[in-house]
Write a protein that binds this ligand. Structure first.
Ligand code: ANZ
Ligand code: ZN
Length: 809
């Protein structure tokens, strides 16, 4: 078709560029001042191939990279594959193929697609996370964290995906569904490997402010980590001197209103309750019921299906009054937050109120609502003066919080604490397609890390990779893998059989790219010092509380261990907006997913790239319509034809319009406002078409070269083709970004007559829209005016913009 013929040159230039790369990044010569580490999120190679959302991210980053490169920066733009993980494995299982061969095929397809897009990837350092040469170092990093006490295996309530048959990290649950497969999750108590990200909560929170990141990312990370200052309150248990239940509260001022103590169904103490309570059987049934129950209400207690909880006859002792209150098991208490125990204050907390009302527990008001302040759902959650609170009565809430926390502290029954919503990062998975966790268990020596010289622990090639659902990974059924020798005593020992979640692999991949072939360690310290941190990272907002957070944590921990010389991995983070198709979210079920291959076949990569960046502000997203895309195809046709038009040689034109465009396009690209940059190029193109005949031959030559340079970041193929047509040196991508004359940015200048007391005394040339003060200052420097004034200062000024300035003395 005509459309097809119009972009045939793309294939030609791909070939030429691969034989003679126009811009090549030389790591050995990179210096920290001129290098730009321009990182994009690497994809996991799925069977569906590259998604247009990837292309959207990548062409924005590539346009910026090409622009910076034309401005003399050395731009490092690596690409790789996040090739381990449940996603690939689930697909492999579905089609009955081994994950390795699925991954190989998908990776090859991605590489082909990524190539067609025309981005300037540093393919010479491509990496794959399922490569033993890569995950060897993932294991190494894990062992460093283990030595530092930041990795531990412990029993805890964890989230289980009944379809993926593995545990998940808290971060991998979206609205109570598994992030990978969409199935509703349940909870289980299991022994798992955790990375202690909570130990870094303060550091990760406190350094957020200084990052050049979108405010949205900072806010979401802050909320996710959820620092909350409050108090721990210890309740002793009647008749069980061994046990102390610690509740976390942000409202210790309401302590005298406690009428029950609620524990999470997964809390350790529930086992004892089942034995001790008169209704222990009922408690056991309830716990089993909650574990089976799925749905958002389990975590938010909104809508609350099923019973809200069970009241027992086991009593807790109030730490200040000594009064007894019942211990209850309630589903609204989360096992993973705070201490998993809540002091129930039904008069002042809505959830406690609902619970007390349903189960007939007393409600005791201890904070007086100020006149006119509303009560919601029966509770008054606000602050005020304390009532019925012994010696604290009459104090305001804030004052009471300090005083009561101090009293608890003095009695060794609690005190002020800071807690976080953030939980430790669960990294073990009961699956096959991941890096083995480099740990050995020995009956005599306990938990023994695999010695560095034995890394990597390679993932064995096995035929049966199906998850077992028993809580053990398929590797547990491979005796040759499991049975080993204890590195410490040489006796019989067994290997850990769980594998790492893929987020562990992606938490450090950016450290590896510049040192990809380094074999002495995960990175070459000398190269790292020159190449990192990442200067700009482009990606999606779905990673804010997962990948971006994990990468910050791992980098920070490595920094504290002296292994990298910087605490933050990504100086600047930029997130692309959501791309929609014809006004609707793209999804397979709607059948409106834009397939980049199809579109590149039809209109070429240049038009697709340019349209993606034109259809909306990159950071906000845009609406992709085929009509809009064809507008770009037609524009490219007109632009090509215009550049190929010779001039007859006119009398000469005012060329300042071009300087202004050069300036604006550059500024817009720097701010990632690609859409307005492209709009400016379009407007310039129209102007050139109208003005061409007036230009001299030299002017026209200059003008069309400039136009071709301006499109180079967006349309690398068309720019190369037209540059060659104009007889430019190979390649357009080795050219400098055009210079502009800053004087041309000033819109028009005018020559103003200067009068003194109504008499003409000279003229001054000023920008047309100058302010009065600037005009007067300029006028007072004109020789004839200085003479005429003879040292006098004007009393009054009459300034009519663009017309006249009259000085009255
Ligand atoms: C008593 C109380 C009285 C509370 C009152 C609130 C108002 P943030 O700000 O999110 O940290 N809480 C503590 N641990 C919990 C858990 N594991 N599951 C569910 N709820 C839990 O919230 C802290 C408050 O959430 C705590 O303060 C506790 O309820 C509840 F008038 O304690 B409060
Ligand atoms: Zn041993």
């Amino acid at each position: 078709s005509a459309e097809h013929a119009s972009h045939e040159y793309e294939t030609k230039w791909l070939r030429v560029w691969s034989e003679r790369p126009p811009v090549r990044f030389d790591i050995s010569r990179a210096d920290p001042v001129t290098k730009v580490y321009n990182l994009v999120e690497f994809p996991y190679p799925s069977a569906e191939g590259l998604h247009v959302g990837h292309v959207y991210t990548y062409c924005g980053a590539d346009a910026l990279g090409r622009y910076l490169s034309m401005n003399g920066r050395h731009v490092f733009q690596p690409m790789g594959f996040d090739s381990f993980g449940i996603h690939t494995e689930n697909y492999a299982l579905k089609i009955g193929e081994h994950p390795k061969s699925v991954t190989d095929r998908a990776t090859a397809n991605y590489r082909r697609q990524l190539g067609r897009v025309g981005a300037n990837w540093a393919w010479d350092v491509e990496l794959r996370t399922d490569d033993p040469a890569y995950y060897r170092w993932t294991q190494w990093i894990f062992l460093k964290l283990y030595e530092a006490g930041l990795a531990e295996k412990r029993e805890a309530p964890v989230i289980w995906c009944p379809s993926c048959l593995t545990v998940l990290a808290f971060e991998q649950v979206d609205g109570n569904r598994c992030e990978r497969c969409g199935t509703e999750v349940t909870t289980k108590v299991m022994k798992q490997w955790f990375l202690r990200i909570t130990a870094y909560a303060d550091k990760l929170l406190d350094t957020l402010d200084d990052l050049d990141w979108p405010e949205l990312s900072k806010r979401l990370q802050r909320e996710w980590m959820g620092r909350s200052t409050g108090a721990d309150v210890v309740f002793e248990v009647q008749g069980d001197p061994e046990v102390r239940l610690t509740a976390f509260t942000t409202r210790v001022d309401t302590l005298f209103g406690v009428t029950f103590v609620a524990v999470a169904p997964e809390h350790d103490y529930v086992k004892t309750l089942i034995e001790r309570a008169a209704n222990g059987v009922e408690v056991a049934e309830y716990v089993a019921e909650v574990a089976q129950r799925v749905g958002a209400d389990r975590y938010t207690n909104i809508g609350g299906s099923g019973r809200p909880g069970i009241v027992t006859d086991v009593m807790a002792v109030h730490p200040l009054t000594g009064r007894q209150v019942p211990i209850v098991v309630a589903d609204y208490v989360l096992a993973g937050y705070g201490t998993g125990v809540v002091m129930g204050v039904p008069a002042h907390d809505e959830r406690d109120h609902r619970f007390a009302e349903t189960l007939g527990l007393p409600i005791v008001t201890v904070v007086a609502a100020p006149e006119g302040e509303g009560v919601t759902d029966g509770a008054y959650p606000g602050e005020g003066a304390l009532v019925a609170s012994e010696e604290f009565t009459g104090m305001g809430s804030a004052e009471a919080r300090t005083a009561i926390a101090a009293e608890l502290q003095a009695r060794k029954l609690g005190g002020a604490v800071t807690r976080y919503r953030l939980q430790d990062w669960l990294v073990s998975r009961q699956r096959y397609w991941g890096s083995p966790i480099p740990i050995i268990y020995c009956d005599r020596c306990g938990t023994v890390p695999v010695p560095e010289s034995d890394l990597p622990v390679e993932l064995p090639e096995v035929a049966e990779v199906r998850p077992t659902g028993t809580g053990l990974s398929p590797l547990a059924a491979v005796p040759e893998f499991v049975n080993t020798e204890c590195p410490s005593c040489g006796g019989e020992a067994t290997r850990e059989t769980d594998v790492f979640d893929t987020f562990v692999e992606s938490s450090w991949y950016f450290l590896r790219y510049p040192s990809r072939d380094h074999t002495e360690g995960p990175w070459d310290p000398e190269v790292t010092a020159r190449m990192l941190p990442v200067d700009i990272y482009a990606g999606g907002r779905e990673h804010t509380t997962r990948h971006h957070l994990y990468a910050r944590f791992v980098t920070r921990a490595l920094y504290d261990l002296g292994l990298v010389p910087f605490p933050e991995p990504f100086k600047r983070l930029r997130l692309h907006g959501l791309l929609i198709k014809d006004g609707a979210k793209m999804s397979k079920s709607r059948g409106n997913v834009v397939n980049p291959d199809e579109y590149i076949d039809r209109v070429g990569a240049d038009s697709l790239r340019t349209y993606l960046l034109f259809c909306g502000p990159w950071e906000e997203g845009g609406d992709f319509t085929d009509r809009g895309l064809h507008g770009i195809v037609r524009f490219n046709g007109r632009l090509g034809a215009l550049v190929r038009t010779a001039t007859s040689g006119g009398p000469g034109a005012d060329m300042r319009r071009i300087d202004r465009a050069v300036y604006k396009v550059g500024k817009d690209i720097e701010r990632l406002k690609f859409n307005t940059a492209i709009a400016e190029i379009m407007s310039l193109t129209n102007w050139l078409r109208d003005e061409r005949k007036r230009m001299t031959a030299d002017q026209w030559d200059q003008a069309r070269r400039t136009l071709v340079l301006l499109i180079a970041p967006f349309e690398p193929f068309l720019a190369e083709e037209l540059w060659e047509y104009l007889g430019g040196d190979y390649s357009v991508h080795q050219q400098r970004w055009p210079a502009y004359d800053p004087r041309a940015l000033v819109e028009d200048e005018v020559e103003l007559p200067i009068q003194i007391n109504g008499k003409a005394r000279g003229t001054v040339v000023v920008p047309a829209d100058s302010a009065q003060d600037d005009v007067v200052a300029a006028a007072l420097k004109v020789n004839s005016v200085v003479d005429a004034l003879g040292g006098a200062t004007p009393r009054r000024v009459v300034y009519i913009p663009r017309k006249i300035v009259n000085l009255v003395v």
